[in-house]
Design a protein around this ligand. Structure first.
Ligand code: FE2
Length: 368
């Protein structure tokens, strides 16, 4: 067997570029239950930006804000609003990963770079993905600090003891891209050719259409299946689809949602609701039809209905999922909470009810 020259271990972290990282950190801490574990900024002698590292289970988010208009990424805020800038992938060897990606026609943005401090060496390199989104190959195999050079553990007195409810979110299950009409296959090919991903599933507009809107989606995954990226594009329909709405307000392709897995979705959603996270709701008729559609599950359907959790089943098992409303003012990024019981799919059986719920929200925004 040939060894993969570009083995990807996992999603190490997701980097968000936001208008006010300090206040976003407060939101992800108090609403989603993350711990703020590290900080970089003026106090740590970083002059051009401030960054906060948030951790929950194996999930790491980094929130970054520019400190002035000359920051090289500052225009992102006007164009995209707050959003995902980079999905960082941990690799065995940054140099080899970057060179291999470029040989496979990726666009390089940052060549292999070493950052060093008294805790060791952190290595990274960055390539272009869809829109202004990037992938950073990184390694902290030789780094023992809290995150990367420049970041220091947060002052113990920065935050009061926890007042929020712990959400039990454990790991990033998948990260979804919205791309322009006709571009989905190009990006599937990018992940196949450059990162060696395989195509897992494919949904066309017959699977994913309501009376008004439609979209198409393909899911690519890394060799071991630990990294999954569904890619959506809008399909022709009577009214404007949620993907077109995203592309309009994000001003181009970008990350639509991040699915965070939990082992106890009922506990997680109770905590998130208590923390004031807003979720999409489907009508009671969805739950009336549920026993017949999905058969026996461990959870109490009345409890799922109370919380608005959706269920789907495939050949391998079932899964529970729920979607937040967009987390910013623009109808762009949102989150999914997911609990898998054998199923490795994405909730095809929920698409119709879910998209009708999204369209009700679009209608309220006047963007349908
Ligand atoms: Fe999803």
């Amino acid at each position: 067997m040939k060894t993969d020259p570009l083995p990807l271990r996992r999603i190490d972290h997701i980097r968000f570029f936001v208008g006010n990282a300090r206040q976003s950190a407060y939101f992800y801490r108090n609403a989603f239950g993350f711990d703020v574990i590290a900080y970089a900024g003026l106090e740590t002698r970083l002059k051009h930006e401030a960054g906060y590292v948030l951790r929950q289970g194996h999930i790491t988010f980094v929130l970054v804000s520019p400190l002035g208009p000359d920051h090289p990424e500052a225009k992102r805020l006007i164009e995209h609003g707050d959003g995902v800038m980079d999905i960082a992938l941990e690799v065995d060897n940054v140099q080899v990963a970057y060179e291999t990606a470029l040989q496979r026609k990726a666009v390089g943005l940052v060549p292999p770079t070493l950052l060093e401090d008294e805790h060791g060496v952190y290595e990274y390199a960055t390539i272009q993905a869809y829109g202004d989104t990037t992938h950073t190959f990184m390694s902290r195999d030789r780094y023992r600090g809290v995150f990367s050079p420049g970041y220091l553990p947060l002052d113990a007195d920065r935050y009061s003891p926890k007042t929020y409810h712990t959400a039990g979110l454990a790991v990033i299950d998948h990260v979804v891209a919205n791309v322009e009409e006709g571009k989905m296959d190009d990006w599937v090919k990018f992940y196949q050719d450059v990162l060696g991903f395989t195509q897992l599933v494919h949904f066309d507009d017959k699977d994913i259409s309501t009376e008004y809107s439609a979209l198409m989606s393909k899911v690519v995954q890394s060799g071991h299946g630990r990294i999954k990226f569904p890619i959506n594009e809008p399909a022709r329909a009577r009214r404007r689809s949620q993907i077109e709405e995203y592309l309009q307000f994000y001003h181009g392709p970008g990350v639509q949602h991040i699915a965070l897995a939990t082992k106890d979705i009922i506990g997680s959603v109770r905590a998130l609701r208590a923390n004031d996270v807003s979720f999409l709701r489907v009508p009671q008729a969805y739950y009336d039809a549920l026993p017949e559609r999905i058969g026996k599950i461990d959870e109490d359907i009345r409890e799922l209905a109370e919380l608005g959790i959706l269920v789907d089943r495939d050949d391998e098992g079932y899964m529970l999922q729920i979607f937040t409303k967009p987390v910013g003012d623009r109808p762009t990024l949102f989150f999914e909470i997911i609990e898998r019981h054998g199923s490795r799919s994405f909730g095809k059986g929920n698409f119709k009810a879910l998209f009708e719920a999204i369209e009700r929200e679009q209608d309220r925004r006047g963007t349908l």
